[in-house]
Write a protein that binds this ligand. Sequence first.
Ligand code: MN
Length: 488
Amino acid sequence: MALRPRDIVELPAPFAARAAQGAAWVREQGAAGRAVTVVHHIDADGVTAGAIAAEALARTGVAARMRPVKSLDQHHVDQLVAEDHQAFWFCDLGSTAYMHCPATPKLVCDHHQLVRDGAEDSFPHVNPLLDGLDGGEVSGAGCCLAVALALDPRNVDLLPIALVGATADRQDRPLHGINALYLAAAQKVGLVDAAVDLSFFGPETRGLVKFLTLANEPAIPGVAGDATGAQRLLRDAGVDVDAARTWGDLTEPQRRAVRTALVTRLLDAGLAAEIPRLWRTVVRIRREPRGPTRELQEFGTLLNSTARYDRPDVGIAVARGDRGTMLEEALDLLDGHRKHLVGALDALAKKTVRETAALQWVDLEDAVRDTVVGIVAGMALGSLGLRQDKPLIAFAWTPDGRTKVSSRAPQQLKGRIDLSVAVREAAAVVAGQGGGHPGAAGATIPRGAEARFLAALDTTLAGQLGLASPTAAPAAPRGPSRQAKLAV
Ligand SMILES: [Mn+2]
């Protein structure tokens, strides 16, 4: 008997029905002889989503064109509509922009905040938010995978790529809901291995000392930023220090000894509360060799080094399985990405992070690419000793003369604020556009509108956080006030 999609993974019924509609739409485009334009986001989730769509189309014999976009704000929608496209498959975006191309056949696979205008169900639309599911339980790639599985259950081999997209969108803390169903399915068919292990970044590529010293979530006293201390801890745990050795190269008893030493270190420092943050479910793709495509977080970082640096073709090819010249190019881009992030974080550290009642903000101007300012904001929030009770807003210049806004909420505000709503509303006040997720959102606004944007955002966030509403013009910088008190 032929394999059915639900033999692989039993998705929630309304979501599965939407995926089936998406699959029917793809077949319809093929039958009508239309080429499908895959419009995808340039972050790692958008790249994996686009790769899954491209692969599914190719395997079904439907002609495809790739069209990466930074966002679907009016500016990009106008460009897209002016071009000659026969059908659109939107990947990891589209739920706020579907209304702008009413005449073109379309399929939207998205998990971002949704605009309901009454027409959101008039076309195949796969978004967990449509059915009251959570936008954090499945990624854009996961939405595309649902369609691919409905098209042909043999697309099951694309499961690990969907998990890479989810992980890159930071949905792996832990993978839950539909993502957890995907993970269980991938384990069941032997595509991935999953184990609770150290949460640090880089188990397959970083040398052991770097793996321990660069980790700062949580930072281990006497190890974080201290190569000698890390070497001593490893030696005391009975592990020979060898620059080429990664965490993944150690035996399980060796890893256990190091984990025990790290727990002891936190306890000795009175940091027991930090211990749970030491762990995450680390997922490795079985068919991948040692290197940056084996572990989900590292694979996501590799893909984040491609389309954000104007090489979406490289990211798509690697996500689709190219392990030859395109992987070589991706590794070069990864090197450049690392250097760019180090430079941008350094620039941020030298700038004054200013505060209003409900947020902290920094203007990076041209010190960072607009395509990675969100990554930089997320890293800064975790590593530069910034306040953990206010979201961080970072500005960067776009090449077309506007300002990109990226916002990230610290873990402790989870469930208390919704940046997607606040950033979208504040952007609208200054004739910009934005949106995203509760804990991470972005916008593009006119250059020069930053202060008015911050004032509007501060008011909304103060309301969400239950702070006294800011009285005086809150966007006026209150100085380098790392000591400023919350206006409660
Ligand atoms: Mn996404």
